[in-house]
Design a protein around this ligand. Structure first.
Ligand code: ADP
Ligand code: NI
Length: 200
């Protein structure tokens, strides 16, 4: 039996205080999203579960004190009784799922994990994470300069594009709900600030 509790505790230990939106709670939300969108689909859910929990752990965007090397993660997964085949499938997913890589994953488990992660960048939680990330990276919140790198600009640079990149029907439906909420949020932000354009 895979010791999921041990994997959860390890992620909690590493990422509990991660300040840029990749904390333990993010991993749990991604797992929760994946559980919902995988319902009724035939998948290896152990692979999805582990991939969701560890997906940000080996990413270079993490500061060194939060990050694990691939070797360390491999050892930890082995110690949690994962078979090498499961570990290989998890590594394939977490090494290729990021937005920056512009990759479509081959496995259904990968597609669902990627969708689940992207959903957490959308909606009310996505708005919160965007401003948290912006703060952690000392970005401005917003500006009426249409080409400046700001947190509100990030909605246009990435977040509004995510809906059309969803791999699965179930994720697309949820992405539409969350994107609609963000569009309304931006409309209200324009009304309150008197800025009528945040991006070209
Ligand atoms: P993940 O792979 O977990 O989605 P990212 O590093 O892509 O992680 O993003 C983490 C969070 O920070 C997401 O909510 C994302 O939209 C937000 N974010 C990423 N880049 C920026 C940016 N340049 N400005 C503001 N928010 C950002
Ligand atoms: Ni993530």
């Amino acid at each position: 039996m895979i010791n999921i509790k041990m994997i959860e505790n390890m992620v909690k230990h590493r990422l509990d205080k991660e300040p840029s939106g990749h904390d333990y709670q993010h991993a749990l939300r991604v797992l929760n999203n994946a559980t919902i969108i995988s319902k009724d689909l035939e998948v290896d859910f152990d692979v999805i579960k582990i991939a969701c929990l560890v997906h940000d752990l080996i990413d270079d965007k993490l500061e060194p004190q939060y990050k694990l090397s691939k070797k360390e993660l491999n050892i930890l997964l082995k110690e949690s009784n994962c078979e090498q085949d499961t570990i290989d499938k998890v590594f394939y997913i977490i090494e290729n799922m990021s937005y920056r890589k512009h990759q479509t994953l081959d496995s259904l488990e990968g597609k669902l994990t990627q969708d689940a992660d992207r959903l957490d960048a959308l909606g009310a939680i996505g708005i919160a994470r965007t401003f948290s990330f912006g703060g952690a990276h000392k970005r401005k919140m917003l500006d009426d300069q249409e080409n400046e790198l700001t947190s509100v600009g990030h909605f246009y640079d990435k977040l509004f594009k995510l809906k059309d990149l969803m791999n699965t029907e179930n994720a697309l439906k949820e992405a539409e709900v969350r994107t609609k909420f963000m569009v309304e949020y931006i409309e209200e932000l324009k009304r309150e600030t008197g800025i009528n354009k945040f991006r070209e």
